[in-house]
Structures are given as structure tokens and as C-alpha cells.
Design a protein around this ligand. Sequence first.
Ligand SMILES: Cc1cc2nc3c(=O)[nH]c(=O)nc-3n(C[C@H](O)[C@H](O)[C@H](O)COP(=O)(O)OP(=O)(O)OC[C@H]3O[C@@H](n4cnc5c(N)ncnc54)[C@H](O)[C@@H]3O)c2cc1C
Length: 357
Amino acid sequence: MSKSKKVFVIGAGINGLCTAWALVRRGYEVEVFERGGIPNLVSSSYDEHRITRHAYGTMHAYADKMPEAFRLWEQLFADIGARHLDERPQILFQRGPEPWVDASIVDLDRFGLGWRDLSLGEVADRYPMIRMDGMTRAVSIDGSGILFPIRILTDLVVHLGAKGVTFHQSADVSDIDPENARLTVGGTVHEADHLVIAAGAWVLRLLPELAGEATPSRQAVLFLSPPVELAAAWREAPIFLDLGNDSTTYMLPPRPGTRLKIGDHIFTRQGDPDAPRVATDEDCARLMDYGTRALAGFDRYTILERKACYYTVTDTEDFVIRPVGGKATVVSACSGHGFKLAPHSGEEAARLVDAAG
Ligand SMILES: Cc1cc2nc3c(=O)[nH]c(=O)nc-3n(C[C@H](O)[C@H](O)[C@H](O)COP(=O)(O)OP(=O)(O)OC[C@H]3O[C@@H](n4cnc5c(N)ncnc54)[C@H](O)[C@@H]3O)c2cc1C
């Protein structure tokens, strides 16, 4: 496609914005259509923090993409003029047989990144917030960190605006024509040379043919204030990923501008992304159970917020990034890994736009 051509991007989450960033760098004229404000508070991307890391356990295909994703993040930070990444190790806790740690180490060695076993005594001394029951191994891994999405989205919108991207807020796209690169908003049809559908958990409304492949999944997170005597330890803490207790629970320490957060990586595979976003007792039951079993003094933590968020999941956890019809591309990069890989996914989508000619 010649570079003066026009591309419409549907969705101003991180995947839509990163695709817009990749397209603008290639010289395309880009317009972003977003059903809410920009950025949209209920998008999957809008949160205080997201984990990034090179190690991906047994999911080596994700690990393969991470060096390039890290490189692109640095390029993006240079463009927006702010490095919204706090590099800090991630500690993996193993509580019984579990392939994830050894598989992660294989990739870290491959990438030349550091890791080390911590003695259980060291874990108990340094991380008084963690209960040691059933812990068999703890490994600290490098090449990981915390991305700050709200700041990234905001600065990216400002940057793209300065590069000439047109934003349409409250522009709920009701219909698309992927063969002719047309979309409809409020009864008006708009036409471009190509459409990119980056609609997150709402993707099935525009592409119902993805039903059964990309499934919206309601996920809960808890924002917490720890007991006073643990506050200093949490402030200094790395990222924790607990692979035990019949769950995979992640814990992100409070950093400037963010709160302590816990969530898990068990997909509910149900829910409507337009449902209320205050997490219910039922949504939070697993996290509350985890906290009681794995965090010392959990009954003395204050819950600051119970938030429900949606992403799409696929059976294999693969992303759906591919052509649709003759003049459209879908970017449904989710399954709980979609933020860290968004600059990579945006490049992949932009290459497909190029290839569409
Ligand atoms: C609780 C939770 C924890 C997570 N943790 C991590 C993590 O640690 N690391 C990581 O890498 N990833 C993580 N993720 C996943 C990551 O946040 C998502 O994969 C990513 O943000 C998805 O971005 P997106 O742009 O595809 O979708 P979204 O951010 O949801 O953006 C889609 C946008 O499209 C708009 N839209 C939808 N339909 C229309 C329409 N018809 N017309 C106009 N606009 C429309 C929506 O309003 C929305 O703003 C997590 C997700 C959740 C929910």
C-alpha cells in the first residue's frame, strides 16, 4: 500500500495505539475510533501496572517475542519522551512440582539474562509478607519489570496527536465492511483504504465469526493497603509470581503513583464487557482465598478497590492477528499477555496492512 493511504483503527487500547504508532512511522494517515473517552477507563489496557518479563515458562513462543518487544518499548519511550517502566526482578515461588520455573530458566539462559535460586530462609527473612507453607523453591529472575499503562496510554495519545493522528472519541463503531474498508458510526459510513480492528474484549460485536476462538473473560484484581508493619517491605518488594496453591497469583508492589495489587491468571471465560466493573464477592473469592493462605496477616490488609476487567482468551493463549476480508486486519492480542507485547503486535499488524497493498 502506498504510504499516503488512510487507515482506520478501531479501539484506543494499547494494541490500537501501538498499531497507530507503527502505521504513522510507516507514513500512513491514521484515524482512531474509540467508543469511550481516549484512553477509555474500561479498556483492558487502562490500569496502574502491567507485568513485563522475558521468561514465559513453558510458553516459549511468547518468550521468543520478548527481546524484540523490549527493544520496541525503548523506542516507544524515546518517542513519547518518558520511560514508564520500572525494571525490577520477579520472584517465582514454587509450591510443589511445577515445570514453569525450569522452563523459564531455559529461556533466560538463551537470552543471557540472570537468575538465581533464593534459599527459603532468605525468602522468609526478606519477604515477611509471604507465607512459606508448602514452598519448595524460589527463583529470582532478571529481565522483568512493571509497565505503567495509564501513563503510557496518555503519553502515546499525546504523541500520536502531535504526529497528525486523528482521534474520534465516543465513536462507537456499529458495523464494519472489511472488504471495502468501511465502518459505520452513528449511522454515518466512513471509508478508508484499510481497517484495523483492535476492539479488545468487544471484538465479537464486530467480528462474530471469532466466537469460540476469542472468548471474553471477566477477571478480578484487588488493590490493597498492607498492614503498617509490612508497608516498608512491600515498597521495596520485587514482583511476585506464586505458582502454587492451585493458582497462579501475581503481586505487584506499590510504586510511586500505584497501589499494591494482586490478581491471578485463571481465566473465567465468561462475562459481558459492558457489565459493572466493581468485582463481586464471587469474582474475588479465589483471590481472597489465596491471600488468606499465602499472605501473612491477610486479615489486616485493607481492600482499597475490587476491580473487574475483561480480556479475550484463546484456547492456546495465542494472539489473533490476521487479515480479515480484503481490506482489514484484526489485532486481538490478549489472554492476559497483551500489554507487554503490544508494540510487537502493532508492528505485526502494520506489516499486514503493508502486505494488503
Ligand atoms: C486484570 C488484568 C491483568 C492483566 N495483566 C497483564 C500483565 O501483567 N501483562 C500484560 O502484558 N498484559 C496483562 N493484561 C492484558 C492486557 O491488559 C491486555 O491484553 C491489553 O491491554 C489489551 O489491549 P487491547 O488494546 O487489545 O484492548 P483494550 O485495552 O480493551 O482496548 C480496546 C478498545 O477498543 C474500544 N472499542 C471496542 N469496541 C469498539 C467499537 N465497536 N467502536 C469503537 N471502539 C471500540 C474499547 O472501548 C477499548 O478502549 C491484563 C489484563 C487484565 C484485565
